[in-house]
Design a protein around this ligand. Structure first.
Ligand SMILES: Nc1ncnc2c1ncn2[C@@H]1O[C@H](COP(=O)(O)OP(=O)(O)OP(=O)(O)O)[C@@H](O)[C@H]1O
Length: 219
């Protein structure tokens, strides 16, 4: 369970997140909806430890994360697919997928086994494995970024505006992949941001709205 309490984040002296409090339970799929600039990316980056909080608390189960650096938080098995994907262009797709597990110090055998699971969830990646990261279309990059986040995201998976710019067919494939993932890992907490709630369809079982850095649960 991820518990956020009175989280405040400033960027360039501007308050971006204001007293954000939320509880994201295991096994839930959570949608966070807000227009451009509302603070969605900043919230996910704060949870990942990529942005420093001014005040507040972020706890995972009973562990306080607020002062833990990003690389230590990665070991908590949080997966994160940023909006801009960040697929490394000089590496193959397979190397891109293996990288976060290698950073965690997993063995080659463990990583290969996890990769097999990820390919069951996102089979579209299999034919691309040997391809260079630079040779992917935008939609292919989103699928690979999803796969890479799933490689380590066995407890919490955070996806930043995954449906933005995806063609309808690919959006459908992406949603089906999330469905397969939840079947394999029912306890996983999935957090998905979007600016357009319609793009989330029936995927989330709980929706929060973020507006100028304030987060509220939709009733
Ligand atoms: N590095 C930064 N320095 C200063 N301000 C920033 C920085 N990054 C983001 N901001 C500002 O913080 C606010 C929230 O940005 P954020 O990217 O979290 O919003 P968002 O809801 O994810 O929107 P988008 O869909 O446009 O990414 C915006 O006003 C943005 O201009």
């Amino acid at each position: 369970m991820l518990t956020i309490e009175k989280l405040n984040v400033d960027l360039a002296s501007n308050r971006i997140l204001r007293d954000v409090s939320a509880q994201f339970d295991d096994a839930r799929t959570i949608g966070i909806v807000g227009r451009n600039g509302a603070g969605k990316t900043t919230l996910l980056r704060s949870i990942m430890g990529l942005v420093k909080a001014r005040s507040g608390s972020i706890r995972f189960d009973d562990r306080e994360l607020i002062d833990l650096p990003g690389h230590v938080r990665a070991e908590l098995n949080f997966g994160y697919a940023p909006e801009d994907r960040v697929i490394f262009p000089t590496m193959s797709v397979e190397q891109n997928l293996r990288l976060p597990c290698e950073v965690q110090g997993q063995s080659a055998q463990e990583i290969t086994e996890r990769l097999q699971t990820v390919l069951k969830v996102v089979p579209q990646i299999e034919p691309m494995l040997a391809r260079s990261g630079s040779a992917l279309s935008g939609g292919q990059g989103k699928m690979v970024a999803l796969g890479r986040a799933i490689m380590v995201g066995t407890r919490v998976l955070m996806l930043d505006e995954p449906f933005q710019g995806l063609a309808p067919k690919l959006s459908q494939e992406y949603a089906l992949a999330l469905g397969r993932l939840k079947e394999l890992q029912p306890d996983l907490c999935v957090v998905i941001t979007e600016s357009n709630v319609k793009l989330l369809g029936s995927i989330p079982d709980q929706i929060w709205t973020i507006e100028r850095g304030s987060l509220t649960l939709n009733t």
